[in-house]
Design a protein around this ligand. Structure first.
Ligand SMILES: Cc1cc2nc3c(=O)[nH]c(=O)nc-3n(C[C@H](O)[C@H](O)[C@H](O)COP(=O)(O)OP(=O)(O)OC[C@H]3O[C@@H](n4cnc5c(N)ncnc54)[C@H](O)[C@@H]3O)c2cc1C
Length: 382
């Protein structure tokens, strides 16, 4: 019997690739292996669950058994691969070896953990998959005060969502503005003001040093000496593409697992897709790039080698308190920023010296201009 195409991971990258592949090839054995419970869900919905009043079961779109049937595949859940042996086209699950025809790493990114003093580190919740979300929902039942660590896109989305869900939200981050790597200061101020309008309290500058249990909840001690009373802490300080197993197997890694435009790693027959992949020097932790990648890679796996290309990739940030769409300039390209509008309605554009639009950030009513602006943007990767 032919060795299977093996996909590691059943997130949006793994399942979408399997779906695309099955449109082209109904016969080749397909095996998906995942460390989690294998339920199919849309990860972006994790930061809208409270506003939509959906728990983890409510966000689940299909059980792994149904996915296996739909994809004519075997789905092995709660199974963590522990090693790859590219020379012999096999991987390891502890002592067990599994052979592959082609291997796709779609194993995502892991949450960065901050070192903490105090006796309440177990009450810091990262939320990066459905199981994390279920754990947080269970711990949050009956609680009212949430402290969020991190003012990036995900921290701001959780701040908005949990406020809408009835929590009192405070947010702490060691930066001067929200989404510092993504937003011009004017747009960041508009987003912060929108969230403050919901009641979110920001502590920008300090970090959380110590988390302590007290009689009526927790005390969070910040590096500037202030103390915040809360019941739970959500960590949204960043994500790091998983690369350890790839490096150990001798594959090239950098920020992510290094792949070319065919999503092929430094070893033939091993590919990477989604949050873990650094495609031609670009590691994007968003849905749009992985969808394009899944379509291209499915063709390659079906015998029709296809390179991936990225058009403009605007990001709609789920902060309804201040609607926001942002399209950062392509990596390495710098330009001049201009700010139009005022208050919550801003159009912030970045042009190069020749007048070419490189990127934008739109807030409030200005988000309606995104389609017109998208047509003027250069591709992220031609
Ligand atoms: C709260 C939140 C909101 C977001 N909102 C948006 C948004 O609005 N728009 C947008 O474009 N993007 C958004 N993103 C990002 C987007 O969701 C991700 O880019 C995307 O879901 C990543 O999918 P993935 O399949 O690459 O990784 P993951 O979904 O992380 O899947 C990784 C899989 O690999 C498995 N795995 C890991 N290690 C092993 C191992 N050793 N052995 C076996 N299996 C393993 C895991 O169990 C899992 O099944 C958001 C992310 C978060 C956290």
């Amino acid at each position: 019997m032919t060795d299977p195409v093996v996909i590691i991971g059943t997130g949006l990258a793994g399942y979408n690739l399997a779906r695309e592949f099955r449109k082209l090839d109904g016969e080749t054995p397909l095996l998906l292996i995942t460390a989690d419970d294998g339920r199919s869900y849309s990860k972006p919905m994790l930061s809208t669950g409270f506003a939509k009043n959906k728990d983890a079961d409510g966000l689940c779109m299909a059980e792994p058994g149904a996915m296996a049937e739909q994809l004519k595949a075997e789905v092995r859940t709660h199974t963590r691969i522990s090693g790859i042996d590219p020379g012999h086209k096999r991987l390891w699950i502890g002592e067990e070896q599994v052979r592959y025809r082609d291997l796709v790493l779609a194993w995502g990114a892991e949450t960065v953990r901050v070192p903490l003093e105090g006796d309440a580190a177990d009450l810091v919740f990262p939320i990066n998959d459905l199981e994390d979300y279920a754990r947080f929902r269970a711990a949050a039942a009956g609680k009212r005060r949430v402290l969020i660590l991190g003012a990036g896109l995900i921290g701001c989305e959780f701040a908005n969502d949990m406020s809408l869900g009835g929590f009192e939200v405070e947010l702490v981050a060691p930066c001067e503005q929200v989404m510092p790597t993504l937003l011009h200061p004017a747009t960041a101020a508009a987003v912060q003001a929108g969230l403050e309008g919901l009641g979110v309290r920001f502590h920008l500058g300090p970090v959380l040093n110590r988390l302590q249990r007290v009689a009526d909840g927790l005390e969070a001690h910040l590096s500037d000496g202030s103390v915040i009373a809360c019941d739970l802490v959500v960590s949204a300080v960043g994500l790091k593409p998983r690369t350890d197993l790839a490096s150990a197997a001798g594959l090239r890694t950098n920020r992510g697992v290094v792949v070319d435009r065919h999503l092929c790693t430094s070893h033939a027959n091993i590919y990477a897709l989604g949050d873990c992949a650094e495609v031609d020097g670009i590691n994007l932790l968003y849905v749009m790039p992985l969808m394009g990648g899944a379509r291209a890679l499915s063709q390659t796996l079906a015998g029709n080698p296809t390179a991936v290309s990225y058009g403009p990739m605007p990001i709609t940030v789920k902060t309804p308190a201040c609607p926001l769409v942002v399209s950062p300039p392509p990596l390495g390209q710098e330009g001049q920023w201009t700010v139009e509008g005022q208050g919550a309605d801003l159009k912030v554009l970045c042009h190069d010296a020749a007048g070419q639009l490189l990127g934008y950030a739109l807030t409030g009513t200005a988000v309606m201009e995104k389609l017109a602006l998208n047509r003027q943007l250069p591709p992220l990767m031609a």
